[in-house]
Design a protein around this ligand. Sequence first.
Ligand code: UDP
Length: 236
Amino acid sequence: MGKREQLYEGKAKKVFATGSADYVIVSYKDDATAFDGTKKGRISGKGVVNNRMSNFLMSLLEKAGIPTHFVEELSEREALVRRVSIVPLEVIVRNISAGSFAKRFGVEEGIVFDRPTIEFSYKNDELHDPMINEYHALALGLATEDEIETIKSMAFKINDILKEYFLGLGIKLVDFKLEFGRTSDGEIVLADEISPDTCRFWDAKTNEKLDKDRFRRDLGGVEEAYSEMMRRVFGK
Ligand code: UDP
């Protein structure tokens, strides 16, 4: 399925049409943004890491029974995925306090929760992605009650699978953001990406940050962190 016209350009990816209405090609860029797009930069090689890692993790999840948009890796930076309409919710699962959770609730980072938490943000750039609860999402018609139940149960199952997988690589999965899409037949599938841009990864022994927080917080060693995550997952 060849690459046709560009349909969309986001902060970290471009999306292209294919010969089929049911599939699109995503192309991962090295551009990085943070803090609602106010901090901009480039992380050399990031697009390759995020494409390969996301494709690998989506395949792993598929094998565990989670439907995803992923179809096939096309190149270092490109993947063929099912075309979906994105449910305008960012779904955040947390195992350990960090980032906006620590700030909002006035607690330190690194508190290990007895049970994972889930929260939603309304994907809306003009409103700066405000936090939203399920009742608000229903009232706004962003998703149906059934869809929200499906999304929650998939998100927790994904957490169980990924948490165990990364622990095997000596990595704590602190928190992560998921996005879901509806296929043309109304099925809810995992979409977007799973990568160091969208997850917090801490080394299990040293708690060293191996994710986009190195860019957000100017910690240095940004490219090295992405390469290290690539090495842990692919062994090179
Ligand atoms: N996250 C994301 N995109 C966003 C907001 C958050 O991928 O627009 C991810 C982030 O990388 C982290 C998790 O979701 O793994 C929780 O982020 P948090 O709410 O703590 O926000 P942040 O501190 O990143 O602003």
